[in-house]
Ligand binder design. Sequence first.
Ligand SMILES: *Cc1c(COP(=O)(O)O)cnc(C)c1O
Length: 413
Amino acid sequence: MKHSDLLQIAEKYGDPIYVYDSEKIISQFNRLTNAFSSVSKLKLNYAAKALSNLAILRLMNSLGSGLDTVSIQEVKLGLMAGFKPEDIIYTPNGVSLEEIEEAADLGVRINIDNLSILEQFGTKHPNVPVCIRINPHVMAGGNSKISVGHIDSKFGISIHQIPHLLRIVELTKMHINGIHMHTGSDILDIDVFLYASEILFDTAKHFKELDFIDFGSGFKVPYKEGDIQTNIEELGQKLTGRFNEFCSEYGKELTLAFEPGKFLVSEAGYFLAKVNVVKQTTSTVFASVDSGFNHLIRPMFYGSSHEIINISNPEGRERYYSVVGYICETDTFGSNRRINEISEGDILCFRNAGAYCFTMASNYNSRYRPAEVLWHKGKAYLIRERETFEDLVRNLVDHETLFVSSKEKAIAK
Ligand SMILES: *Cc1c(COP(=O)(O)O)cnc(C)c1O
């Protein structure tokens, strides 16, 4: 997107604001699809939690994507966006049996990741097909906050529990239609991923009625210059060959599924915030924007490095800045960043703001969550209004008469 388009959007709809470029989402979707073009049945299920605005879900549906959901509310959002129930997969962790039953009643695909619920669900509903989430105990990437396949992870059924898993399936006569893994949001090393895939194939052999194998996600996109990114084309080539080989061993054309979130939407997102104060201290120059981790928490929560550009002064002389927020916490977006000279009132643009940005926003400090805009075919569409004071107080129950101040008591006497 052009800087001038972004500036116009901030001008028209105010700031802070999230902007998503549909063209980038579409090109990422096509890139992934093309990388696996030699698989006869491919299904991409967009991970709704990355960015769950209704317009984005409708866009994904129009592209032929399915939807990966982690809560009953995301399931309902998906249905609202027009996804057919069979195109939604529900992959929760640590939720109640009742919530899983509610999802099953809505007709979506069920993915279960622990033996306790599997046994209970299979006993009560042996006719509802279920996919099982396996933990292959493979560490993808180096950051333990985003690697979920390793031994201490709370996600998935351990491969060491396969004998117990098989006993539950046999005793309940339930129907296992899919095998799933999601090893974390960080596929850096394709060989590690392929190694985990072998474990999934080994597990799959135990089940005779599979329709699909779901390899989860974790595709890495670049955040800053020089970042390593997943080589999707290489992964596509290597996994396709092995997958087709497995299908012929298995004796059935299975669907190869992925559930990418970040890969599809991260780079399509821009977060725009205005500089309120430029503050020179003895050690640095701070630029304080009208935002904080209430709107964009990834830098503070995960240490992720979002590129920051001064779109109001792109030709200005570069200086070092610490870009911080306006909430009463240490909320540093970036330290020692070389940015074109910043003046108060300038609009800063944070890149890679599509995935896990708005969806993690909160009302901390009683601030409003930002508006969202979709940029589609050269036009801006408001897809979420900025919150208002009414939104903040909507659910409050005001017990005005419960507390009488001591002053009033004195008057009453
Ligand atoms: C979050 C999540 C994803 C998406 O991960 P990305 O790194 O954003 O691609 C996929 N599958 C499951 C089960 C998830 O919880």
